[in-house]
Design a protein around this ligand. Sequence first.
Ligand code: ADP
Ligand code: MG
Length: 250
Amino acid sequence: MKVLEMKNIRKSFGSDDVLKDISLSVNKGEVVAIIGSSGSGKSTLIRCAVNLEKIDFGEIKYDDLILAETRNDEVIYAKAENYKLINNKYGMVFQNFNLFPNLSVYENISLALKLVQKKDKKEIDNIVENLIEKMNLQGKEKAYPYSLSGGQKQRVSIARTLAMNPEIIFFDEPTSALDPELTQEVLKAIKALAKENTTMVIVTHEMEFAKEIADRVIFMDNGYIVEEGAPEEVLVNPKNERTKNFLNLK
Ligand code: ADP
Ligand code: MG
């Protein structure tokens, strides 16, 4: 079953054609790693998927819900009343955590449960407690982001995303702001999610991690998907010259 289907996506910033004709489907339970050099369009692709950027052409579907489609060369986005349903389908974890600095760990994780999902306090407490444990943040409920390490901040950010129980989670270089030690604790948390069959799309520069966790690896270059397949194929025996160059396999 497809959770996400993106077809023939095009996106430009001015005269800069950043996504040229990208199609990407993600099945339930699948972990997809996206690799590629800086500027190849990885962030733009997932920002389009989660509606932080508008596409110029193509189609984006979550299950049967159409976020955007193109008719007669015009992109039509879902009506406001459908956004709420579609919004609940996905979550996103950013490179720089994007936590609310003026809210505690508990409040960061629970804010949307309270304001968007309107859950009662008891249910919220339950969910937060579970996520605190899952992300190994015990004792940090009352702490504010400034007092946390980068690894802890990113685990709070992952907990906040999990709280909404999305069907698919996008990670944009979740560890690139972290030093190696903190990187490992965040990668470990993401690996645990993969073990539970969480559907994920992860932009990463961590090739060993991608090899270990991904069901499929996608190599992007200059706005195109140049190569995709099983991790052993793309990361160990790539066919395309550009993939080989990127991985220094020449
Ligand atoms: P990656 O994540 O692979 O490094 P990005 O998707 O961030 O690549 O960027 C791809 C290209 O799009 C870059 O040339 C970048 O400068 C450009 N770009 C991204 N976002 C914007 C924006 N909001 N306005 C203008 N150009 C942008
Ligand atoms: Mg990026």
